[in-house]
Design a protein around this ligand. Structure first.
Ligand SMILES: [Zn+2]
Length: 143
């Protein structure tokens, strides 16, 4: 569990921000203290969510292409100390499956492999309009 001190951007209070580990993340925010963040979340309840992420099989990239890019990425981070902490941890994953995540051109892909059958499924996140349920395109976080 990692916690750091932050100063709230709005009320300027010093608060503890929990970066990792178990705990209640409901009002945990890296910009606002829990009091301010609670107010923000309450205010946002009146604004409808317009788009959502849906995971579907990828059609724009093959499993083979993904594995090539994943290996390239893996080779890049191998030996580098930060590679050890960049690996995303997954909790509660079924033990018969392995998951490989990789961001390619701002889009998150996940290769799910059944370790018993070696069956592979490459999933990608799509953007879906919440009201029409129409797919807009690939989900991009624009980070
Ligand atoms: Zn505050």
């Amino acid at each position: 569990m990692k916690k750091v001190f932050k100063r709230c951007v709005h009320c300027k209070s010093v608060y503890t921000y929990q970066m990792s580990g178990h705990g209640d993340y409901t009002y945990n925010n890296d910009t606002y203290c829990s009091d301010c963040y609670k107010v923000i979340l309450e205010a946002l309840k009146s604004v409808d969510v317009k788009f959502e992420k849906v995971k579907l099989p990828a059609t724009n990239i093959s499993v083979q292409d993904f594995e090539v890019k994943y290996k390239e990425h893996d080779d890049e981070i191998k030996g580098a100390l930060y590679g050890l902490v960049c690996r995303r941890l997954r909790y509660g994953t079924p033990e018969n499956f392995t998951y490989k995540d990789l961001m390619i051109d701002g889009v998150e892909y996940t290769l799910i492999t059944n370790v018993n059958t070696n069956e592979k499924l490459l999933e990608v996140e799509y953007e879906q309009d919440c009201s029409t349920k129409k797919l807009i395109g690939l989900w991009n976080e624009y980070r």
